[in-house]
Design a protein around this ligand. Structure first.
Ligand code: SF4
Length: 314
């Protein structure tokens, strides 16, 4: 079996930063330590931190007064920051800077009097955070049908913004519908779908047609991982999304000679390696790595953590 290993795959700069933030805090101040929402959308990452005593919460009320809380890579709304301040929590913000960029755009356009069409998945944590920046002017759109339901006079300034981990094709379809219905609608100054989402989707688009099957390592709540699976299927190559090698099924591989392996931006490399090693052992797989783009993006640790480290060094 030929194993086509997509590159880039797996961890992005935002995920690296968020995971390093929690690990550094565990090493520096220990537990109790609270994280608001899954630090990144990966089951194994969360379980590994839970084994170290980290507590993940979905409501700030669950964090005892005065404790430390980390905000996940997906970002939070101003209301969550206010609730945390009311509980006198030490806040460490591990929001990916590329998500923060969308929050800044939302605040800026709301201040300029725009109504904002927020393209994304209503229940996704990132959209909840961005929406919360200016709920009074936000309209979440998940499909062209949602666009058709909106109505604005041509005198109303409009801007669209998008979630960072959308399918590029789906986003383009919805943006096309927005431009058709509201031709005066302003676009964000720079693409909101992030470099990591774009690079992983481009790699699958390029490599999946030459494979009989695509395996995407990632969790089912990971938006960008789910999009990679859908993209392969849309382009005609069956695909499976799996958390780790224990989920591999022999029946998937009947008649499969070439398998494409990729991973969502929150999937740890040791899990990807585990799947590859299993394919090599089970099917005498030969690895063929295709590096289509080199990624060298890195993000600094949150400023609150850098200050804390400095204080503890003194
Ligand atoms: S997928 Fe993109 S936006 Fe999300 S954490 Fe990674 S770099 Fe940041």
């Amino acid at each position: 079996m030929q194993i086509i290993l997509a590159s880039p795959r797996g961890f992005c700069a935002g995920v690296h930063m968020a995971i390093d933030t929690v690990q550094e805090l565990v090493d520096l101040i220990g537990t109790p330590l609270y994280v608001y929402h899954a630090i990144v959308h990966n089951k194994h990452v969360v379980e590994r931190f839970e084994r170290q005593g980290v507590t993940f919460v979905e409501s700030i009320d669950e964090v005892p007064l005065g404790e430390t809380v980390v905000f996940s890579a997906h970002g939070v709304s101003p209301a969550v920051r206010e609730q945390s301040a009311d509980r006198d929590l030490r806040m460490i913000d591990a929001t990916c800077p590329l998500v923060t960029k969308v929050h800044v755009e939302a605040r800026r356009y709301a201040k300029m009097g725009h109504q904002i069409l927020l393209v994304g998945h209503e229940n996704h944590q990132e959209i909840k955070g961005t929406y919360g920046e200016a709920p009074e002017v936000m309209h979440i759109v998940e499909s062209p049908a949602d666009v058709a339901r909106l109505d604005f006079p041509a005198t109303q300034p409009l801007t669209y913004l998008t979630q960072t981990t959308l399918s590029i094709d789906d986003a383009n379809t919805i943006i096309g519908a927005i431009k058709e219905r509201f031709p005066w609608c302003n676009a964000p100054p720079k693409e909101d779908i992030c470099y990591a989402t774009t690079n992983r989707q481009h790699a699958v688009r390029q490599l999946a047609p030459s494979a009989d099957l695509t395996l995407v390592i990632g969790s089912h709540n990971s938006s960008n991982s789910v999009r990679l699976k859908e993209l392969s299927e849309t382009d005609g190559t069956p695909a499976h999304l799996l958390d780790d090698k224990s989920e591999l099924k022999d029946t998937w591989f009947n008649g499969v000679e070439r398998v494409l392996v990729t991973a969502g931006a929150s999937a740890p490399d040791d899990l990807v390696r585990g799947v590859i090693d299993e394919l090599v052992a089970r099917f005498d797989g030969k690895i063929d790595e295709s590096e289509l783009v080199k990624e060298d993006m890195t993000f600094a640790l949150p400023v609150q953590l850098r200050i804390l480290k400095h204080e503890m060094d003194l």
